[in-house]
Design a protein around this ligand. Structure first.
Ligand SMILES: O=c1nc[nH]c2c1ncn2[C@H]1C[C@H](O)[C@@H](COP(=O)(O)OP(=O)(O)OP(=O)(O)O)O1
Ligand SMILES: [Mg+2]
Length: 189
């Protein structure tokens, strides 16, 4: 590849930005950031990211990367899903556990959907990663969102070393697809 790829990741979430940089920079991909607060519509995981990406491209009038994270409870047919941010803010870790009190099935899926657009009027390309786990009472540092209540293979995301989370996470799996596409020359097409 000739010029080193540069992505403009539009997110207001410093933890997301840090994980994305940690995962992509070893692959020689530079991640810039503009911390815009973009409107988020209601709809499927894909609808939310597509709309967010179009709004970001319009706001910066250029190429953008966005990401929307969902936390889907199997017993609730995928809810809170894209609305997890508002559930986290309103009812927190305890409330999210209580939502599942009536069900034996505590399984959940973390989903990261990245959207890339070359700019206003261009298609939005989606790169999605999913990691299965279960919802548990909080364990570990409360640095990043619902990390303390999402258990993967016996440890919560919050209990795992950052490097361990970044090898199995929903975000890592999505970024593997994005990286493969960039390495195949996708950004230049
Ligand atoms: O790996 C994660 N581990 C734990 N919590 C996480 C993770 N990734 C996102 N989260 C939280 C942040 C927000 O409460 C919600 C997703 O909402 P979401 O709209 O995608 O994120 P945001 O508004 O913070 O940033 P952005 O400016 O990119 O939209 O789940
Ligand atoms: Mg958001």
């Amino acid at each position: 590849m000739s010029a080193a790829p540069v992505l403009n990741f539009i997110t207001g979430n410093a933890n997301k930005l840090s994980e994305v940089r940690t995962i992509l920079e070893p692959a020689g991909i530079t991640v810039r950031n503009q911390p815009l607060d973009l409107p988020e519509v209601q709809g499927t995981l894909e609808d939310v990211t597509r709309d967010k990406c179009r709004a970001a491209a319009a706001a910066v009038q250029g190429p953008v990367l966005v990401e929307d994270t969902c936390l889907c409870f199997d017993a609730l047919n995928g809810l809170p899903g894209p609305y997890i941010k508002w559930f986290m803010q309103s009812i927190g870790h305890a409330g999210l556990n209580n939502l599942l009190a009536a069900y034996d099935d505590k399984s959940a899926e973390a989903v990261a959907t990245f959207g890339f657009s070359q700019g206003p009027g261009h298609d939005v390309l989606l790169f999605q990663g999913r990691t299965k786990g279960k919802i548990v009472p909080p364990r570990g540092p409360t640095t990043f969102g619902w990390d303390p209540i999402f258990e993967y293979d016996g440890q919560t995301y919050a209990e795992m070393d950052k490097s361990a989370k970044n090898k199995i996470s929903h975000r890592f799996k999505a970024l593997e697809k994005l990286r493969a596409w960039i390495e195949a020359g996708g950004m230049k097409a």
